[in-house]
Design a protein around this ligand. Structure first.
Ligand code: PRP
Length: 220
């Protein structure tokens, strides 16, 4: 049996065409079913639905053989787990799906460039503390990071923080909250991750899936 870990929503939806290229069709709609294990048209392949942040954990510990996860989630997971994550997780493909960017945003009118120039200490709210820490450390900017689990946009509007580090796709969420993007930290897309031990034990089947995914990736 091959187990693929996916999160509901954009990653699930955008992984479906890649699975189709491997001849795999998921037989239930996760938005309609409450099942967490979804069968496919292939008797030896199943999909498990987990929280986006749990995908690397499932694959690292072998609860799933493969998974699809955002680079943002993967980098945060690797920062938390260090070498043990690197040894267990093989990352063969950038799937180029669920693309967006990780950015710094501030309230419209806040002089971010001036604050950076003056060496002010910034309070930054984010779910992505490892990415934010490394980014500001490389810039030589002193920051106090405030970890949040969602609705980051609210932090500067309530005085909790001067700035946020968050994912930006259309930019609509920032605009709706009168925030502006002041720096782009990195481009984000989803990656295929594979459990190293599973790759050895189920080499042929997993390689077929990796190859089919590779052939179905959209060109730039
Ligand atoms: C992300 C992100 C922003 C929003 C950006 O949240 O945290 O809030 O999308 O998208 P936009 O630029 O197209 O408006 P998501 O909906 O993934 O949920 P989350 O807050 O649970 O991460």
């Amino acid at each position: 049996m091959i187990t693929l870990a996916l999160s509901k929503g954009r990653i699930f939806d955008e992984t479906m065409p890649l699975l189709a290229a491997a001849g795999i069709t998921v037989l239930e709609d996760p938005e309609k079913s409450r099942k967490l294990i979804l069968p496919t048209n292939q008797d030896d392949v199943r999909v498990v639905l987990v929280r986006a942040t749990d995908v690397p954990t499932y694959v690292q510990y072998g609860g799933a053989d493969l998974g699809v996860t955002g680079l943002d989630t993967l980098l945060e997971h690797s920062a938390d787990w260090g070498a043990s994550s690197g040894a267990a997780l093989y990352q063969p493909l950038d799937l180029r799906i669920a693309r967006c960017r990780m950015s710094v945003a501030v309230p419209d009118g806040f002089d971010y460039a001036g604050a950076v120039r003056q060496g002010s200490r910034l309070r930054v709210a984010t779910k992505y503390v490892a990415i934010a820490r490394e980014f500001f450390a490389n810039k030589g900017v002193h920051v106090d990071l405030i970890k949040l689990y969602g609705s980051m946009e609210l932090a500067p509007l309530t005085g909790l923080a001067d700035a946020i580090v968050d994912l930006v796709s259309t930019g609509n969420t920032l605009k709706a909250n009168r925030l502006v993007e002041v720096e782009r930290i990195m481009d984000i897309s989803s990656r295929l991750v594979v459990n190293q031990a599973a790759l050895k034990l189920k080499q042929a089947r997993i390689r077929t899936i990796i190859d089919a995914f590779a052939g179905a990736i959209r060109p730039e």
